[in-house]
Design a binder for this molecule. Sequence first.
Ligand code: ADP
Length: 319
Amino acid sequence: MIKVEGLTKRYDRTVAVNNISFEVEKGQIVGFLGPNGAGKTTTMRILTCFLPPSEGTASVAGFDVLQSPMDVKRHIGYLPENPPVYPEMEVEEYLTFVGRLKGIPKADLALRVREASEKCAVAEVSKKLISKLSKGYRQRVGLAQAIIHNPDVLILDEPTAGLDPKQIHETRDLIRSLAGAHTIILSTHILPEVEQTCDHVVIISKGRMVAKDSVQNLTSRLRGQEAVAVEVTGGDNAAIQQRLEQVAGVSRVVARDTRDGRHSYEVESLPGCNVRGDVARAVVESGWNLHELRAVALSLEDVFLELTGAGQAAEGEKQ
Ligand code: ADP
């Protein structure tokens, strides 16, 4: 339904999107996850024909964004980060106005407005001024305008930004209820949003794609990975680190702290490897004392930070 190939967007000197490629199948709900400035909005604006790509191609429902923008727009509903609502209009009046702009035949307009209002739970405020609505309701009106022409694809930019926890919950439920009938891409910098709402995820960082998988695969793969906190005395810091790095299944050893002759490390292992026994043996057989050996689960958040490089920045700040 959506195909992006070698997509690149440059603004003067900034490369906002750097050679990304992914596909979204019909009915999928895909999270486009990345820290602020990663290139999410830029990609969405290319997919919705608001910006031309510098290189590469993107197509929606088989239509190329450069060659057939009108066809692409017919198949897309777009909710930008700030919903394009008019505060001085009533909800029903605004949705009717948008429906007309999107070319819905006059005879179908009232029905479409009613259906979109019901799906997005704004029917009860149809006669209210948009300026009088809470941010949560305004976001739902934004969603109603995105689905009013019954598009195949919904593109939602940070749909829960600025909402309170209850509104976030309601908006996520609403988005999930729209999947299936629509193919959805939603951008977010919030990891649990992807876990709770999406079935697939594309992770981007600094314009580059760093991971692409089903949410289930990604979480189980990452959850299978663990780190072990190890504290050792009676040896030299560098020698201990080197020995730990040699243990089979260990992917990385990070020296954490040395205090009163106690050296602590975080030992990360390859997915599916339980290295605790071998780590303990390596320490004892080297003649050192093992003070602590404790499993620390790597959360999806840790791995996301690591994949996107934000973890290194956080490390740097700690020191
Ligand atoms: P995200 O949506 O992931 O926060 P954006 O796509 O908005 O990221 O921005 C990606 C990068 O492109 C950022 O470095 C941003 O500063 C830059 N950028 C975005 N829009 C423009 C623009 N109109 N002119 C110049 N640079 C821009």
